[in-house]
Design a protein around this ligand. Structure first.
Ligand SMILES: C[S@@+](CC[C@H](N)C(=O)[O-])C[C@H]1O[C@@H](n2cnc3c(N)ncnc32)[C@H](O)[C@@H]1O
Length: 165
């Protein structure tokens, strides 16, 4: 499994950031999406699993070696390294549709915990970056890994699916 040091991060067309993910199967699915698309995956601690856990490995199948993964000790360390620009915060609480945002090369797509989503304080710091994937009003949320797949393909489609066949 290739988990890189934050200092060795290479630029990617799109970056997926899982803030404190809890469920290993979701993370495994996201690893597979990132391996298939070339998105870089940022995992922010604390996480509800460790990276060698069997159900996590199984969910990512044999895609682990092809995924570009960076681990961060906390969200502040991630923000310090990457700044406040080019962040898209995915939340059911946003008014703006994810389809109305522009995703440039190297942008960061942030996703929250399965139980509680992204912290309200984080959302309040970046109000212009908050976007929502439309759903029926009475439903709570999409599955985390499904939300990631929808967002990554939207971002890559705006870039013309670079390097994908
Ligand atoms: C299972 S959801 C979290 C649900 C949590 N109870 C909440 O209220 O935010 C996990 C993550 O998937 C993403 N997500 C799920 N549905 C979404 C939607 N309709 N729009 C934007 N992001 C969504 C968000 O990043 C969310 O933090």
């Amino acid at each position: 499994m290739g988990v890189a040091d934050p200092a060795a991060v290479r630029p990617a067309r799109v970056n997926v950031v899982l803030v404190e993910p809890e469920i290993p199967q979701n993370a495994g699915n996201v690893v597979r999406t990132c391996a298939c698309t070339g998105a870089q995956l940022h995992l922010i601690e604390p996480m509800g699993f460790n990276l060698s856990q069997r159900n996590l490995q199984r969910a990512g199948c044999d895609y682990w070696d092809d995924a570009d993964i960076v681990k961060w000790p906390c969200v502040e360390a991630f923000l310090e390294a990457h700044g406040a620009d080019r962040l898209h915060l995915f939340t059911g609480k946003a008014a703006r549709s994810y389809a109305d945002a522009c995703y440039g090369a190297g942008d960061f797509l942030l996703f929250g915990r399965e139980s509680r989503g992204l912290d309200a304080a984080l959302l309040a710091r970046f109000p212009d970056g908050c976007v929502r994937i439309p759903m029926r009003a009475e439903q709570r949320s999409l599955n985390l890994s499904n939300a990631v797949a929808i967002a990554v393909y939207r971002a890559l489609s705006q870039q013309g699916f670079p390097d994908l066949v």
